[in-house]
Design a protein around this ligand. Structure first.
Ligand SMILES: [Zn+2]
Length: 155
């Protein structure tokens, strides 16, 4: 067995077999991918949707409350990902569409379709808007630091 690096690929030779390429173009140019999970993109809704799927009765009144929030573009699953903003409505057709899907599938209580929409949203977000999550996290952190400062001044 022999390992070799050819054109930025790690190539593994085992006996007389054909060389096996382990990492395509990954040695130098790429950093390891850190794909965002749905629970990181929209943590509050991720938790709510899990609760609705596992622990909340189909007739519970909280469902109606959440449904009304899903109808509002700044408060829905996609809005949360944008830092509770509706800025995406005119900017990204796909995000808009996914927002409506979450609302509709929540209304008809189709868990399988909600799960699929979560995956679609996760894929789309990682492809198109991952930096939005980083920006929101930094904003939240800055907000928390500010709170801390205000608290320590008021003592
Ligand atoms: Zn989008």
């Amino acid at each position: 067995m022999r390992l070799d690096i050819v054109n930025n690929n790690i190539v593994l030779y085992i006996g007389g077999m054909y060389p096996k390429i382990l990492f395509y173009d990954s040695v130098i140019s790429h950093k390891p991918s850190s794909k965002l999970l749905f629970s990181e993109i929209s943590p509050m809704w991720s938790e709510r949707l899990n609760q609705a799927r596992d622990n909340i009765s189909p007739f519970a009144s909280i469902r109606l409350k959440w449904y009304y929030e899903l109808k509002e573009s700044s408060k829905c699953v996609v809005g949360e990902a944008y830092g509770f903003s509706s800025s995406y409505v005119s900017k990204c057709k796909k995000c808009n569409q996914l927002g409506w899907k979450f609302m509709f599938y929540f209304l008809i209580q189709s868990n399988s379709r909600i799960e699929k929409t979560k995956h679609d949203f996760e894929d789309h977000w990682n492809k198109e808007h991952p930096e939005t999550t980083t920006r929101n996290k930094n904003k939240m952190k800055a907000g928390a630091d500010l709170d801390l400062q205000i608290q320590s001044y008021s003592v």
